[in-house]
Design a protein. Structure first.
Lengths: 140, 129
């Protein structure tokens, strides 16, 4: 056996093992990131639903609701969310478009997840609280 | 020359093996800890969602109903997971901002400590009737 041959073989084997292990770790980390994404998207969806409720409130309780667009932010420990909601009032039908956005810091990088909802419906009744009939509730 | 490995070759091989195993071990332990945290947070967000929907169902049928603002998930078999629900009234009380925080109370002190896995859901609920 020539001098150094075993060393070259060992280095070669470790290089291959390192590549395999590196790939496995990258794959594992990717799957962790996707769990984090699912979690944050759920938070964004609840924020979008919540902001849609602001518009739903106007339709149920105000005798003459006006179209509006409102934005806001909600910050808490480990939570930073923003929302935007638009009510388009056609009397007695309406459309609501809402967006929830949540920022998360993962392995030092900031990721933003966004979910949007579109609702359509109509309003019935003579006085508040009015009855609403939602005909479309769609995630966009 | 005699067959076999020289001392230098063996030492260098051991060194390479050591560096590789150490870095791999450190990486693996980080991943395993992160995996455990993610699992706990994922479980916590599912519990938070469940509790938030229970709250929504309760207040939409009766806006002024009383609802326990904290508790655990013993009915699901997870006594270490604790929830805390906080409600802020908006618009003269006809809109409520609801926050549900669920955490894995590892040290059983009923407080969410920094090192414990937690998940938060925040939404707004409007009074219907």
């Amino acid at each position: 056996m020539r001098r150094g041959q075993i060393l070259i073989a060992v280095i070669f084997i470790f290089a291959i093992l390192s590549l395999i292990m590196g790939g496995l770790i990258a794959f594992w980390e990717d799957s962790l990131r996707s769990v984090e994404a699912q979690k944050t998207e759920k938070q964004a969806l609840y924020l979008a639903e919540g902001s849609a409720e602001i518009a739903v409130y106007s339709v149920i309780w105000l005798s003459s609701p006006a179209s509006f667009t409102r934005s806001g932010s909600i910050s808490d420990t480990n939570f930073l969310g923003k929302y935007t909601v638009s009510l388009i009032w056609y009397s007695p039908t309406f459309e609501i478009i809402s967006t929830g956005e949540v920022e998360v810091v993962y392995t030092g990088e900031v990721y933003t997840y966004r979910r949007s909802l579109r609702l359509q419906g109509s309003r019935f009744g003579d006085t508040s609280p009015y009855t609403i009939n939602i005909t479309l509730w769609r995630e966009e | 020359m005699r067959k076999g490995f020289s001392l230098i070759e063996v030492l260098v091989s051991i060194l390479i093996l050591g560096v590789f195993m150490a870095s791999f071990g450190v990486g693996l332990s980080h991943i395993l800890i992160a995996d455990e945290i993610e699992k706990a947070e994922s479980r916590a967000i599912n519990f938070a969602e469940k509790k938030l929907e229970e709250y929504r169902t309760a207040v939409l049928s009766n806006w002024y109903t009383s609802f326990p603002l904290s508790g655990n998930f013993s009915s699901e078999g997870w006594t270490s997971y604790i929830y805390s629900l906080s409600v802020n009234s908006l618009n003269l009380g006809d809109l409520r901002q609801v926050k549900v925080m669920v955490w894995n109370d590892e040290n059983n002190n009923n407080t969410c400590d920094n090192f414990e896995s937690k998940s938060i859901l925040i939404t707004i609920i409007s009074r219907r009737k």
